[in-house]
Design a binder for this molecule. Structure first.
Ligand code: GLN
Length: 542
């Protein structure tokens, strides 16, 4: 087997240019060439992981099978590659410093002065190599978070500069994603920001091999030539990353410009070309969709949809499999006060209450669940969404008016949702919830079982509270069907309402396992039920 190759992707000028999607797309193309690949994200912030950051600051926390709380870009990697990431695929500056300082206290470096170079840079390089710990990968793609010029990012850039020297330039490749803005007054695409960004990189000692140029329109040949000349790359290595209708089209956009071929040639991979048949069909199907439904996401982080990134993508996948475009309506549950439900929700064909923490917006979520339950609107409750469904049912069907979650009302006489036994003595925050993949047994003849078509599933969790077994019997007697339980029977993982056309809730996060070419069964069935509901609504309206 050949030596593993490393591709580093940095970003310049501004953030949010789509580095994660670019890494995932290049990864997909290399995988489609038959190569074994993985992708890693290096995050320059000082938190040990994003688990303790507000979704408003950082967007979604993506949880891997092995229970790591990671950056949302890992979600893109999994969705594009159809391959599980792990704890090794994300490292933050916080983790790196934490580890080095712990070693210092243990006396590992006795006598030395601990410095950014070499101690921090060595630890970064070690973590990059750890992605290939099984020694079975052809390529590791490394995404460097942030933008060139950020103070926090400097040790990472220094580490990847050294990496090129350690491994040899024929085994490493540097890709820089930059912005080429169109200035309307002069009707011109401007290359100067790119020139400056590459200049910053070269000051650090990194000469990019390939430039990905994000722009809202195609780059004319003279613009490409100018960028090539000023940035010291061959013209064919100036690749445009223009805006496309769906992120899933980016691999095809890159393939048309031979991005993967340039990479393969650099590394001397002389295998087959990328097989893009499946992906091409996916995009074709996506583009042929002619019907649309609206589904409401009722939560509290709705002003920043990145907080629900995987949910948004899961709806794209489920939409493709049902040949329908799912338009999402973001509803802030703080605004759903009794009597206003209809104003917010009468134009939607499905309602989703997602995961979340903290009390703000809870009463609105309960009103939303009640509205979905009473009006037969397809409903999917995820994590906190399941917990709200149980509270609402306990209050309005069983009749326990004061029912609540102990997370929000510790003194309630009916703590239908309570802290998990194993969580009771945990005081440290960060990485201490019930995290990662757990098995779940499904009960036959339920909608949950029908969706998955199998008795044993594995899904990812991130929570501290759960349905209180003390109230299980009464909830069941009043009509809740427990459709999924932990294999030892102790935890309620899924439930549904049999009288309702489609009301399914799960304690785990199914959105984390939906893939571009394989929609998640629960999202697929939820969208199917919502599509059916929209057709019934239309008929009634006629
Ligand atoms: N706050 C709830 C808990 O900790 C729900 C968590 C979630 O929705 N991810 O159990």
């Amino acid at each position: 087997m050949q030596k593993c190759k490393y591709i580093f992707i940095t970003g310049g000028v501004v953030s949010s240019l789509g580095k994660g999607i670019s890494c995932a797309s290049l990864g997909y193309l290399l995988k489609a060439r038959g190569l074994k690949i993985s992708i890693m994200k290096l995050d320059p912030y000082l938190n040990v992981d994003p688990g303790t950051m507000s979704p408003f600051q950082h967007g979604e926390v993506y949880v891997t099978d092995d229970g790591a709380e990671t950056d949302l870009d890992l979600g893109h990697y999994e969705r594009f590659l159809d391959q599980n990431m792990s704890r090794d695929n994300n490292a933050t500056a916080g983790q790196v410093y934490h580890h080095v300082l712990k070693q210092e206290r243990e006396g590992i470096f006795l006598g030395s002065t601990i410095q950014v170079i070499p101690h921090i840079t060595d630890e970064i390089k070690k973590r990059i190599r750890m992605v290939n710990r099984e020694n079975d990968l052809d390529v590791v793609i490394v995404e460097i978070g942030g933008t060139v010029g950020d103070i926090e990012g400097l040790p990472f850039l220094e580490a990847i500069r050294q990496f090129g020297l350690d491994e040899g330039r024929s085994n490493t490749l540097y890709v820089h994603l930059t912005l080429v803005p169109f200035i309307s007054g002069v009707d011109e695409l401007k290359t100067k920001p790119t020139q400056h960004s590459v200049m910053r990189l070269r000051e650090i000692g990194i000469q990019p091999d390939i430039l990905l140029c994000r722009s809202d329109r195609t780059l004319p040949v003279p613009v490409k030539d100018k960028i090539a000349l000023f940035c010291n790359v061959p013209p064919e290595a100036v690749i445009e990353a223009i805006d496309v209708p769906t992120i899933y089209e980016v691999p095809l956009l890159f393939a048309r410009q031979k991005f993967d071929k340039i990479v393969a040639d650099h590394f001397g991979f002389n295998g087959k070309e990328a097989d893009l048949d499946t992906w091409g069909k996916l995009i074709k199907r996506f583009k042929s969709i002619s019907q649309e439904i609206t589904i409401a996401i009722c939560g509290k982080y709705v002003s920043l949809p990145d907080a629900y990134k995987s949910i948004m993508e899961a709806f794209v996948h489920a939409g493709i499999e049902n040949d329908v475009k799912v338009k999402l309506k973001w509803v802030n549950t703080e605004e759903i006060v009794p009597g206003t439900e209809k104003n917010h929700l009468d134009d939607v064909s499905g309602i989703l209450v997602p995961g979340g923490f903290g009390e703000r917006g809870i009463e609105g979520k309960l009103n939303t669940v009640k509205y979905a339950r009473n009006n037969n609107i397809p409903f999917l409750g995820i994590c906190l969404g399941l917990q709200c469904a149980v509270i609402e049912f306990a209050r309005n069907v069983v009749g326990w008016e004061e029912a609540h979650s102990a997370e929000f009302e510790p003194e309630t006489p009916y703590p239908v949702i309570d802290i998990m036994e194993e969580q009771k003595h945990i005081t440290q925050k960060g990485g201490t919830m019930r995290l990662g993949a757990y098995d779940c047994k499904l009960i036959k003849e339920t909608k949950s079982y029908e969706a998955y078509g199998s008795e044993l599933i594995s899904e990812r969790h991130r929570h501290r509270f759960e349905v209180n077994n003390k109230f299980r019997k009464q909830l069941e007697e009043s009509g809740i069907i427990i459709s999924g339980i932990s294999p030892d029977g102790s935890l309620i993982e899924m439930l549904e309402l049999p009288e309702h056309p489609w009301f399914v809730c799960c304690q785990f996060h199914p959105e984390l396992k939906s893939r571009a070419t394989r929609a998640h069964p629960l999202f697929r069935e939820f969208v199917k039920a919502s599509l059916m509901f929209s057709k019934i609504l239309k008929k009634v309206g006629q």
